[in-house]
Design a protein around this ligand. Structure first.
Ligand SMILES: [Fe+2]
Length: 197
C-alpha cells in the first residue's frame, strides 16, 4: 500500500501564485484519488495472480502506469514548489543547465514555451537522462506517455487544467509565469545531487 505524502507547507503557503482552493482540491482530492486508485489496481493485480484470472491484465497494467505515474508526478510537483522565497540552482546544477541548454535563461525559456504547448492533459518536465548523461526537457501526455526510458524527473509542472483553471482560467502563460516564483530549487538541487551519486 502506498500512502499519501505529507504536504510540506500549509495550503495557503503558495499564495498568491497558487491559491489555497486550487491546492486544497489538487492535493486533498485529486492526488488522493491517484493514491487510492493505484492501491486498488495493485489489489486487483494481486487477485488476478492468486486466482489465475488474467482477462483484464491489459487494462490493469495500463491503470497501474496511469495512476501510479499520477502519484509520482504529483508528489514531485508538490515538493518542487514552496513559499515564494528566492532559491536558485546550486553551482553543480547550474553548470549542467548551462552545459545542456546554453544558459539558465535559455533553459527557462524552453521550459516556459514547452509548458505552453503541452497537449490536452499533461506535464512539462526537466529530466536527467542517464544514458545521454544530460538534462532534457520533455512534455508528457496524461501522466505516463512520451517519456525517454530511464529518465529521472527533477522539476515538473502540472499542465492538466485542474492544476490552474480555478485560478487562471484559460490563461496558461500566467500560470506558468507564476510557477517560476514558487519553484523550490533547494528541493531540485537535492534531487539532482542524489541521482548523481
Ligand atoms: Fe494534477
Amino acid at each position: 500500500m502506498i500512502k499519501q505524502k505529507e504536504l510540506p507547507y500549509p495550503l495557503d503557503a503558495l499564495e498568491p501564485y497558487y491559491n489555497r482552493e486550487t491546492l486544497d482540491i489538487h492535493y486533498n482530492i485529486l492526488y488522493k484519488g491517484y493514491i487510492d486508485n493505484t492501491n486498488k489496481t495493485e489489489e486487483k493485480l494481486a487477485k488476478a495472480r492468486e486466482t489465475n484470472h488474467f482477462e483484464n491484465i491489459k487494462c490493469l497494467e495500463k491503470d497501474l502506469s496511469f495512476f501510479g505515474s499520477g502519484v509520482i508526478l504529483h508528489e514531485l510537483f508538490f515538493y518542487n514548489m514552496g513559499p515564494a522565497i528566492p532559491t536558485s540552482p546550486d553551482n553543480e546544477l547550474m553548470e549542467q543547465i548551462q552545459k545542456d541548454f546554453g544558459s539558465y535563461d535559455s533553459f527557462k525559456q524552453q521550459f516556459t514555451e514547452s509548458s505552453k504547448v503541452v497537449e490536452a492533459s499533461g506535464w512539462n518536465l526537466l529530466v536527467w537522462v542517464p544514458d545521454f548523461h544530460k538534462l532534457e526537457i520533455l512534455q508528457c501526455e496524461k501522466h505516463q506517455n512520451l517519456t525517454l526510458w530511464g529518465c529521472i524527473p527533477l522539476l515538473v509542472l502540472d499542465m492538466w487544467e485542474h492544476s490552474y483553471f480555478l485560478q487562471y482560467k484559460t490563461k496558461r502563460p500566467e500560470y506558468i509565469n507564476a510557477f517560476w516564483n514558487i519553484v523550490n530549487w533547494n528541493e531540485v538541487n537535492k534531487r539532482y545531487k542524489q541521482i548523481k551519486k
